[in-house]
Design a protein around this ligand. Structure first.
Ligand code: TRP
Length: 74
């Protein structure tokens, strides 16, 4: 993947419980789930928005850091 297709800084997601789902949604006219990553408590995922991924949905208790700040859905 070329650098120009990577759209942003990293997203850091830390799971605060078992079974947190990080769901990637497709870029383009159709907005569909394309990947679900399951995190257990204290697992961390570091991800970016890409040419394939325009949005991320997080289900379950987690701390999320982005360039917009840190938030928790606890
Ligand atoms: N193959 C996906 C992509 O390049 C991997 C991915 C990147 C992803 N960021 C994500 C999956 C965020 C889930 C959530 O777009």
């Amino acid at each position: 993947m070329s650098e120009s297709s990577i759209r942003s800084d990293f997203l850091v997601i830390k799971a605060l419980e078992d079974g947190v789902n990080v769901i990637g949604l497709t870029r383009g006219t159709d907005t569909k789930f394309h990947h679900t990553e399951k995190l257990d408590k204290n697992e961390i995922m570091i991800a970016q928005f890409t040419e394939h991924t325009s949005a991320v949905k997080i289900r379950g208790k987690a701390v999320i850091q982005t360039s917009n700040g840190e938030m928790s859905n606890e």
